[in-house]
Write a protein that binds this ligand. Structure first.
Ligand code: GLU
Length: 297
């Protein structure tokens, strides 16, 4: 079986335990399938990038024993590919320019129902039929198809989202000219031949959007598995924005064990990181086949 997995960190800061959990799950899933595992630096959002973070992250992954034979892909070097995907959508009349400000969208969203994480507001479709008089294009949005989008998550089971109602037409090119994460991730997963996406549950609400976009672009839709998020003492998701501590590189085995426990497994009794990966892969295969979430070939 051809398996290609990936870990796609944003170099806006070093990895914290939450991101190590996602990296660990994607790495172990690739090992369990005897597949390839890629690293992709999602460095498009230049205002949020931290100088040196990409190298630091690669160093962290290396000391945790997560290594790849494949070249690292940097999204900042792939702008022309996002442009050609966008042009294709344009030729399909699947995108349109939008002149709304964030404020306007937030105001109209108060009248609409949504099931998105805080901070995400459904777009009410103001510019769908054309820019209102005197408005300038700020961003570009996808014309989201109507209806419920269904998919199966290998960890969570059957999932569904009415993207048109819950999210609305979403942004592919931002007002600051930067390609949106949703477009770049879909273009790159297809370009890299990714068959299996394993990542944190914070991205679960993006999955339906990404699958719709992939389908419109004629790409194969990868399998998905979303692992639980690590919370801090206040019940908030560990994140770079919340200044979560970078993982301690002087104790790689302990870090891996903590990540493994956060995934809901027992702490493996092993002496080094190499043995950790052997044991973790064995347990992962067992868990997946027992839960009948996925058949390992
Ligand atoms: N770059 C995204 C992040 O760090 C992850 C993208 C993905 O796995 O799809 O949150």
């Amino acid at each position: 079986m051809k398996y290609v997995g990936r870990f796609a960190p944003s170099p806006s800061g070093p990895l914290h335990l939450g991101s190590v959990v996602a990296a660990c799950a994607s790495y172990v899933d690739a090992q369990a399938h005897g597949g390839r595992w890629l690293i992709r630096m999602e460095d498009l959002d230049t205002p949020r990038m931290m100088p040196g973070a990409a190298e630091f992250i690669l160093n962290q992954l290396d000391s945790l024993g997560m290594r790849t034979q494949d070249p690292i892909l940097y999204q900042s070097e792939r702008l022309c590919h996002y442009q050609s995907a966008f042009d294709r959508l344009l030729s399909l009349n699947a995108v349109y320019p939008c002149g709304c400000t964030r404020r306007e969208i937030a105001d109209s969203a108060l009248r609409l129902q949504g099931s998105l994480p805080e901070g995400e507001r459904p777009y009410p479709g103001t510019c769908r039929q054309g820019l209102p008089e005197g408005r300038q294009a700020l961003s570009w949005r996808l014309r989201v198809p109507e209806g419920i989008w269904r998919f199966r998550d290998r960890w969570l089971g059957p999932m569904e989202q009415d993207v048109a109602r819950a999210v609305g037409d979403f942004v592919l090119k931002r007002a600051d000219g930067i390609w949106a994460y949703q477009l770049a991730v879909v273009v790159d997963d297809a370009a890299q031949g990714v068959t299996h996406i394993v990542r944190g549950q914070d991205l679960l609400s993006s999955t339906a959007r990404q699958q719709q976009l992939a389908t419109l672009l004629g790409y194969e839709v990868p399998e998905v598995l979303h692992v639980p998020l690590v919370m801090d003492a206040n019940g908030l998701k560990l994140s770079k924005q919340n200044h979560a501590n970078p993982v301690d590189l002087t104790r790689p085995l302990e870090t891996l064990q903590n990540a493994w426990v956060a995934l809901g497994f027992e702490k493996p009794n092993v002496k080094n990181t190499q043995d950790f990966w052997v044991e973790a892969t064995r347990v992962w295969v067992q868990r997946l086949s027992r839960a009948n979430l996925h058949v390992i070939n």
